[in-house]
Design a protein around this ligand. Structure first.
Ligand SMILES: NC(=O)c1ccc[n+]([C@@H]2O[C@H](COP(=O)([O-])OP(=O)(O)OC[C@H]3O[C@@H](n4cnc5c(N)ncnc54)[C@H](OP(=O)(O)O)[C@@H]3O)[C@@H](O)[C@H]2O)c1
Length: 191
């Protein structure tokens, strides 16, 4: 797929590398690049920017008809919690800014460091929880996740981003506060 990754920080560069290795045509977009042109020529867009950047980006490109993946955890500046929680989610708030785009929540529970480490923990593939209202978009992102070596998990409609984002925050707690480091990942047990 032709994929535009907005933001070339930890997650953006890691995901771009992994998607490129899997054979996708990936463009990463920094602040000085032509956002509008990159989005218009992409089949799929990844927002790998802080949650707060998204309101600004929304006015700079036309996202109509695009599948857009939101990876964000809206962590507060003091890391004490999430800016958006429980009654809504970052993904839903972003979706409301982008009329016409198909929003997918994914990859927010995966520490960026793992993209350069084979996306496995203890030999098992990291799980990628994917939530979206649009079945086809959810399916596309699950396939992308599998392409890069993740184990995709269908997490249902976009409203479930309200629950995936706190899991992302808990992952940060385990990684940074409880001292387990960033080569960890949440893994649901299914029977
Ligand atoms: N790091 C992780 O392990 C991890 C894991 C899961 C989810 N996430 C989520 O992933 C997102 C990105 O995190 P990150 O760690 O990759 O952050 P990061 O390393 O700080 O990278 C953020 C990128 O976004 C760009 N950016 C910021 N504001 C922008 C704007 N207004 N317009 C265009 N570009 C802008 C930054 O550009 P500049 O460098 O020019 O500021 C940078 O390239 C966050 O929402 C985070 O919650 C992170």
């Amino acid at each position: 797929m032709r994929i535009a990754v907005i933001g070339n920080g930890n997650v953006g560069s890691g995901l771009a590398l992994a998607l490129g290795r899997a054979g996708h045509e990936v463009t990463t977009i920094g602040r000085s690049d032509d956002l509008s042109a990159a989005v218009s020529s992409a089949e799929l867009v990844v927002l790998a920017t802080p949650y707060g950047a998204l309101a600004e980006l929304a006015g700079k490109a036309d996202f109509i008809g695009k599948t857009v993946i939101d990876v964000s955890n809206s962590v507060t500046e003091d890391f004490s919690g999430l800016q958006v929680r429980h009654k809504t989610s970052a993904a839903e708030e972003i979706a409301s800014l982008r009329a016409g785009a198909t929003m997918v929540k994914a990859f927010n529970t995966i520490f960026a460091k793992n993209y350069g480490k084979g996306l496995k923990v203890n030999g098992q593939p990291i799980r990628a929880f994917v939530a979206a209202d649009d079945d086809a978009a959810r399916g596309t992102v699950k396939t992308l996740a599998a392409d890069i070596g993740l184990e995709p998990v269908d997490a249902g409609p976009l409203v479930n981003a309200r629950y995936l984002e706190p899991i992302g925050f808990l992952n940060i707690q385990f990684g940074y506060v409880f001292g387990h480091g960033t080569e960890i990942a949440p893994r649901w047990q299914f029977s």
